[in-house]
Design a binder for this molecule. Structure first.
Ligand SMILES: Nc1ncnc2c1ncn2[C@@H]1O[C@H](COP(=O)(O)OP(=O)(O)O)[C@@H](O)[C@H]1O
Ligand SMILES: [Mg+2]
Length: 245
């Protein structure tokens, strides 16, 4: 069986703390995989390694058919992440945040516009698309983060405590949305959104080469706001304002 994710003997130490200790698991295509544990169990560390943000001290990780250590850029192009801490720019609007992320991933302009519009509508943020994220509630920010994680149509979606701090109603809404995304897709960890056509993953020990990239893809994951360069806002404001896209 092809797996969306394979983790073998993953180990990570921070000085004297062993955060991840020889962890192995597999996630099948189409699965929602819940990775549970108390605070400090090593969940975020594992996600950081699987999404190429951190190098392990030992073990192997394959995501969407890519060896994350050997081909981190290939892997990142097929991964969406809702991180533990928000990575939305609060001084940009919802629309601008989405366009920024989509451009960093190299989504073609027309497809990006369509994708931003449909995601914002699906998550109930379309009416506030031109408002600064600074004024968003926690629930609105979390929904925007999910849109940002989906805008490049990833094969595998990682959610690090996406409902933490949300009220019951927002939590329920987010879970319902997650489930409906998974139902639409085919692959996943924990969800597989795949809006477009079917893209088979390559199993880690397959001799097939992973899918070639379209050439439109931008290598690498966008940097977080804390580390990113300033973005000229005028370059992002292509929202279908009153025209009703
Ligand atoms: N950057 C870091 N430096 C040192 N220790 C860390 C760092 N990040 C996490 N840890 C430690 O690693 C362990 C696992 O943390 P984490 O992966 O954040 O767990 P979880 O997400 O399950 O709460 C904890 O003991 C935590 O204190
Ligand atoms: Mg955590």
């Amino acid at each position: 069986m092809e797996h969306a994710i394979t983790v073998q003997e993953l180990t990570k130490r921070y000085e004297d703390v062993t955060a991840v200790d020889h962890v192995s698991f597999e996630v099948g295509k189409g699965e929602i995989f819940g990775f549970l544990g108390p605070n400090g169990a090593g969940k975020t560390t594992t996600i950081k390694i699987l999404t190429g943000l951190m190098k392990p001290d030992g073990g192997k990780t394959f995501v969407a058919g890519y060896d994350v250590l050997k081909d981190p850029i290939g892997a990142k192009q097929h991964i969406g992440v809702v991180p533990e801490a928000s990575n939305a720019y609060v001084d940009l609007t919802a629309w601008e945040n989405l366009v920024l992320i989509g451009r960093l991933y190299g989504v073609p302009a027309r497809k990006l516009r369509e994708s931003c519009t449909s995601l914002l509508k699906e998550f109930g943020l379309y009416e506030v698309r031109d408002k600064l994220v600074r004024g968003f509630s926690k629930g609105m920010k979390q929904k925007l983060l999910l849109c940002m994680a989906l805008v490049h149509d990833p094969e595998v979606l990682f959610l690090d405590e996406p409902t933490s701090g949300l009220d019951v109603e927002s939590s329920r809404l987010l879970r319902e949305k997650n489930n409906s995304i998974q139902r639409k897709g085919e692959n996943g960890f924990p969800l597989h959104p795949q809006h477009g056509g079917s893209k088979p993953a390559v199993p880690p020990n397959s001799h097939n080469k992973p899918r070639s990239n379209s050439g439109h893809r931008h290598p690498g994951k966008p940097q977080s706001p804390e580390h990113g360069a300033p973005v000229p806002r005028s370059d992002l404001q292509q929202t279908p304002r009153s025209a009703g896209a």
